[in-house]
Design a protein around this ligand. Structure first.
Ligand code: THU
Length: 160
């Protein structure tokens, strides 16, 4: 018998960074500063990510493109892998992502790609705690829980 079910999730929306709390603002601004190291000569789309860890450290990442296209990596994964390498025991407390094109912050939030969501889930599972993701746009900012980004997700527990 077919059973139709609904899935809903909650997110918060803001119209400027100043509406976020102090810590969220700090991480959001860190994601913008991370864009400075973007290597994006092919897309000209400069993405910055900032990962706040439980110990208060903020680890930055930016998109790194490559002439052999698939060899590049998104800003979120650069930040997440960097954080996990430097502080393997620290839980992720927050992640912010933002992007610019032609020197201007993108107006709408840039949602992380599917691969980055899967990587976020890995660290959420490793440390046993989810975390908020803030997508920063110049006119609109969205905050939601990491788990809401990836319903019906694959984890190693899915294999059994
Ligand atoms: N990109 C990111 O860094 N993060 C995302 O969530 C989406 C896409 C990068 C990959 C590529 O360097 C550029 O944005 C254009 O797709």
């Amino acid at each position: 018998m077919e059973t139709a079910k609904d899935f809903t999730f909650r997110y918060s929306e803001y119209s400027s960074i100043e509406e976020l709390n102090d810590l969220e603002q700090k991480v959001a601004h860190a994601s913008i500063s991370a864009q400075g190291s973007s290597h994006s000569p092919y897309s000209n789309f400069r993405v910055g990510a900032a990962v706040l860890l439980a110990n208060g450290e903020i680890v930055l990442g930016s998109n790194q493109e490559n002439g052999a296209y698939p060899s590049g990596l998104c800003a979120e994964r650069v930040a997440l892998f960097g954080a996990a390498t430097r502080y393997p025991d620290q839980r992720i407390a927050m992640l912010a992502v933002s992007a610019s094109h032609q020197g201007r912050l993108i107006e709408t939030p840039v949602p992380p790609c599917g691969g980055c969501r899967q990587v976020m889930l890995e660290y959420r599972t490793k440390h046993g705690a989810s975390f908020p993701v803030i997508m920063v746009g110049a006119r609109r900012i969205v905050k939601l829980d990491m788990e809401s980004l990836l319903p019906f997700s694959f984890t190693s527990a899915s294999e059994v």
